[in-house]
Design a protein around this ligand. Structure first.
Ligand SMILES: Nc1nc2c(ncn2[C@@H]2O[C@H](COP(=O)(O)OP(=O)(O)OP(=O)(O)O)[C@@H](O)[C@H]2O)c(=O)[nH]1
Ligand SMILES: [Zn+2]
Length: 340
C-alpha cells in the first residue's frame, strides 16, 4: 500500500475540516459540562457506545433497569476519543433518552487506522474475533492475507481465515485453495471453508460467542455472509454506508449490531478495509508469528535476510521452520515501506 500524498489544496481543506471539528467538539463538551453542573443527572452506570451521531454518541445501557435502552449522550471534555464498542460510565439526563458520558472503561482490544496526518486513530474497540474472508473469486492473494494477518497481530484480536463461496471450488482450483488454507493453518491460524449461499458451517455459533468484524477484499462475500447470518443487520449496514438515514457523519464510523442469538457485529466500510492500512517495520515483523523465535539470531545486526552468511531467517527456511513464500513476503513488505 502506498501512503497517500496530500496536495497543498487538500491540506488546506483538511485544516479547515479539522478546525470545524475542534469547534464542534468544544461545543459538545460545553453541553456535557452544563448538564453535569446542572446536577439533575441520574446515577453513574455502565454503557456501550453503539454509534456516533454527529456530535452525540449513542450509548446502550448495560446494567439495571435501563439495560438495553439507548441514549443520545454528550461527552465530558477530558475524555480521550470514544469509539464504537467502547464501554463507558455515563449518567442519564432528565431529557428523555439523553445522557452524559463521564469515563471510558479499559479496552480489551482496539482497531486503529491512520488519519490523513498518518496519526493512528481508534475506530472500534472490544472486538474479539476478526473474520478474514477470502473466496475462490476474486482469486485470493497469499500476500494480501499476510497483510491482514499482520494487522490482526498488531491488535491482539484473534483472526479466523474463512474461505467463502465453497460452491465455487472446482477441480481447477481445489488443490491451490486447499494448499493456501493449509499454509496458514500450519502457522497456527484457524480456518473454515463455507458458503454464504449454502452451508455456513459453525459460523453462526462462532458469531454468537464473540464481538466480530468481517474484513477482506471487495467481492469476497462479506455482505452476503452478514446477510445470511443476520438479515436485519445487513440492511442497517447498507443504510449506514449510504448515509441515507443517519447523515454523513456515520458513513465512516463503525456501528454496533447485537446479534439476536448472542454476540455482536461491528461493521462499517472503514472496518472492512482493515488490514490494508499503513504498518511500520516493527509491526510487520511482529505480524510474522513464525519468525519471532529467530529474531536477533542473525550473525549481522543489520541483516537484510537476503544472502548474508549466518542469516537465521534463511536458515529457518532451509530447516523447514519457515515457509519460503512468507519470508519473501516479509522482505517485500519491508522494502515497500523503505521506498515510500
Ligand atoms: N457462488 C457464490 N457467490 C457468492 C457467495 N457469497 C457471495 N457471493 C457473491 O459474490 C458477490 C460479492 O458478494 P458481496 O457480499 O457483495 O461481497 P463483499 O465482500 O461484501 O463486497 P464489498 O461490499 O465490495 O466489500 C455477489 O455477487 C454475491 O452474490 C457464495 O457463497 N457463493
Ligand atoms: Zn537475517
Amino acid at each position: 500500500m502506498s501512503q497517500r500524498r496530500i496536495s497543498r489544496q487538500q491540506s488546506f481543506r483538511i485544516d479547515r475540516i479539522q478546525a470545524e471539528r475542534i469547534a464542534r467538539a468544544s461545543k459538545r463538551e460545553a453541553k456535557a459540562e452544563a448538564l453535569l453542573e446542572g446536577g439533575a443527572l441520574g446515577a453513574e452506570q455502565r454503557g456501550r457506545i453503539i454509534a456516533h451521531y454527529g456530535v452525540q454518541l449513542l450509548v446502550e445501557a448495560l446494567d439495571g433497569e435501563l439495560a438495553g435502552q439507548r441514549f443520545r449522550c454528550h461527552r465530558r471534555a477530558n475524555l480521550d476519543a470514544l469509539v464504537t464498542g467502547d464501554e463507558v460510565i455515563w449518567q442519564p439526563a432528565t431529557e428523555a433518552a439523553t445522557g452524559v458520558i463521564t469515563a471510558l472503561l479499559p479496552r480489551r482490544s482496539v482497531l486503529v487506522r491512520p488519519d490523513p496526518y498518518h496519526k493512528l486513530k481508534p475506530v472500534a474497540a472490544n472486538i474479539d474475533l476478526i473474520l478474514l474472508i477470502i473466496a475462490p473469486e476474486p482469486t485470493p492473494s497469499a500476500e494480501l492475507i499476510d497483510r491482514y494477518l499482520i494487522a490482526c497481530e498488531a491488535t491482539d484480536i484473534q483472526p479466523l481465515l474463512v474461505l467463502n463461496k465453497a460452491d465455487l471450488i472446482s477441480e481447477g482450483n481445489r488443490d491451490s485453495l486447499t494448499a493456501l488454507l493449509a499454509s496458514f493453518a500450519a502457522l497456527g491460524y484457524d480456518t473454515r471453508t463455507l458458503s454464504a449461499h449454502g452451508d455456513t458451517g459453525d459460523l453462526a455459533s462462532l458469531v454468537a460467542q464473540h464481538t466480530v468484524v468481517f474484513v477482506g477484499q471487495s467481492g469476497v462475500g462479506k455482505s452476503s455472509l452478514i446477510n445470511t447470518l443476520l438479515p436485519d443487520v445487513a440492511q442497517k449496514v447498507k443504510e449506514i454506508s449510504t448515509g441515507s438515514k443517519l447523515g454523513q457523519h456515520t458513513t465512516t464510523t463503525a456501528c454496533w449490531f447485537d446479534v439476536p442469538t448472542g454476540g455482536a457485529l461491528i461493521d462499517s466500510p472503514g472496518i472492512r478495509e482493515f488490514g490494508v492500512w499503513h504498518m511500520n517495520k516493527d509491526e510487520l515483523l511482529a505480524g510474522f508469528i513464525e519468525l519471532q523465535p529467530f529474531i536477533g539470531a542473525c550473525r549481522f545486526r543489520n541483516c537484510a535476510h537476503a544472502s548474508e552468511p549466518g542469516c537465521a531467517f534463511q536458515q529457518a527456511v532451509l530447516d523447514g521452520h519457515v515457509q519460503a513464500r512468507r519470508l519473501a513476503s516479509f522482505k517485500r513488505l519491508v522494502s515497500d515501506i523503505g521506498t515510500r
